[in-house]
Design a protein around this ligand. Sequence first.
Ligand code: FAD
Length: 401
Amino acid sequence: MSIDDDAGGPARVLVVGASASGLTTVEALRRKGHAGPITVLGDEPHAPYDRPPLSKQVLSGAWEPERAALRTRDVLAALDAEFVFGDPAVALDVVGRSVRTESGRELPADAIVIATGVRPRQLPGQQDLAGVHVLRTLDDCLALRGDLLAGSRLVVVGEGVLGSEIAATARTLGLDVTLTGPLAAPMALQVGPLVSGVLAELHTERGVKLRLGTGVVGLTGEGGRVTGVRLATDEVLPADVVVVAIGAIPATEWLADSGLELDNGVVCDSRCRAEEGIYAVGDVARWHHEGLGRLVRLENRTNATEQAMAVAAEILGEGRPYTPVPYFWTDQYDAKLQVHGFLPADAEVDVVEGDLTARRFVARYRSEGRVTGVLGWNMPKQARLRRQEIVDGLDAPAPTH
Ligand SMILES: Cc1cc2nc3c(=O)[nH]c(=O)nc-3n(C[C@H](O)[C@H](O)[C@H](O)COP(=O)(O)OP(=O)(O)OC[C@H]3O[C@@H](n4cnc5c(N)ncnc54)[C@H](O)[C@@H]3O)c2cc1C
């Protein structure tokens, strides 16, 4: 049943988190005809903006920061929602269905959508040193860009997607860049050994120094400013600027006393419901994916949009289990990688189109006899056309062992 069918007129919706998934939830609600009051609460001082350009076009300076805005003022105003910026939610009352904010607002609602995303993981002591950055927000991006323009030696700690993108962008700005992390190649965890080997060649060719396969034990500093990154081998990589990109933690600290199940995100059923009338969406949500038969949490831009549309439908009584084929992309130099589905570490990988050496190919990932994922490297259309193989793999009966 739709919440709007209840007596007392159209229901009130509160969205906590004013970014991609929160905004898309509001837009989908309005598009589907929800006429009740909507409040969007965000802790950042900015109107909703997009994060992918923060490690690419905005960091490089190709875009002015304003271009990352997700919508114009007029488009936001036309949503007829109340936007509250710069006031973090600090507590959720599940039974009373209400949120309290840092400034003391009490925001009751018939449906509450948790869209608070993730926060960067940090190294111990990094906040005490100038020149050490994380990259999640627009303010992080502008601070990092300022330091990159002033410095010459950058060390990126973390060889995942974000660290690899930052290394590529900083290299194009002319910095001396070292990428370090415990795995053998950039994005090895996300794309496996074959494709990460090609990425390692690309970064090396473009002049990034790879100091991989060794952990980081800490930072060195002098006079309150960072001077280097200490590796587990005791070697110190000298640096004027350091970016720590070692993953993220779901922003659920404000829910600690709520009674919701929190376990690497807000745990939800297959319809993204954490409790009656309470939903989670985007990077913070860990929901039961019926196609996979397990809990899944995704940190990617497409999921923020697709899950928001699913949650809006669920709020209005039109929902069904959310079973997406995940999708993410990354841009590094002239390479655009597009990943559909899941790429498990133990997958068998074969190149089904194009050529690895030409750096234009489609790789297919298979696990337990099913196609679980497809990766395109500068072959967007060809990769997309193979998506159906993943859908067929999701629909096939699970192996019995
Ligand atoms: C630099 C960067 C580059 C990226 N590049 C890509 C890419 O190339 N491809 C891709 O697929 N994905 C990319 N992503 C991931 C993508 O941006 C995220 O998946 C997406 O932003 C998730 O949206 P979200 O709304 O769920 O969370 P977020 O965008 O994190 O938004 C959550 C919002 O909630 C706010 N918040 C947190 N706690 C509270 C609170 N207590 N009260 C109120 N508000 C709160 C946060 O400050 C934030 O504004 C990138 C991410 C980053 C950071």
